[in-house]
Design a protein around this ligand. Structure first.
Ligand SMILES: [Zn+2]
Ligand SMILES: [Zn+2]
Length: 90
């Protein structure tokens, strides 16, 4: 017999929010929707712009720091986007 697979011991403690998740990191991530926290930093040569999603950082860097494209890309799960960038002809 299978145990219930939807046990979610981690809860969002934001007032009036009933969000639950299996991992604290999900809750932490979810809480950004309440706080508006921007957790991804550009970090390029003193550029301190922050973004909600890593893909937003990538987009910003394409636009503002095109010279860094083709170098090490910030850890990202959206590699497809990155590969598309590299096909742009100079
Ligand atoms: Zn919440
Ligand atoms: Zn930047």
């Amino acid at each position: 017999m299978m145990a219930h697979a939807d046990i979610k011991p981690f809860v969002c403690d934001w007032p009036n929010c009933s969000y639950k998740a299996v991992s604290m990191s999900y809750v932490t991530n979810h809480k950004k929707t309440h706080t508006g926290e921007k957790n991804f930093e550009c970090g390029y040569n003193g550029c301190n712009k922050r973004f909600v999603k890593s893909s937003h950082v990538n987009r910003h860097q394409q636009k503002c720091h095109p010279e860094m494209m083709g170098q090490t890309i910030i850890d990202s799960n959206e590699e497809v986007e990155v590969y598309n960038i590299s096909t742009i002809e100079i």
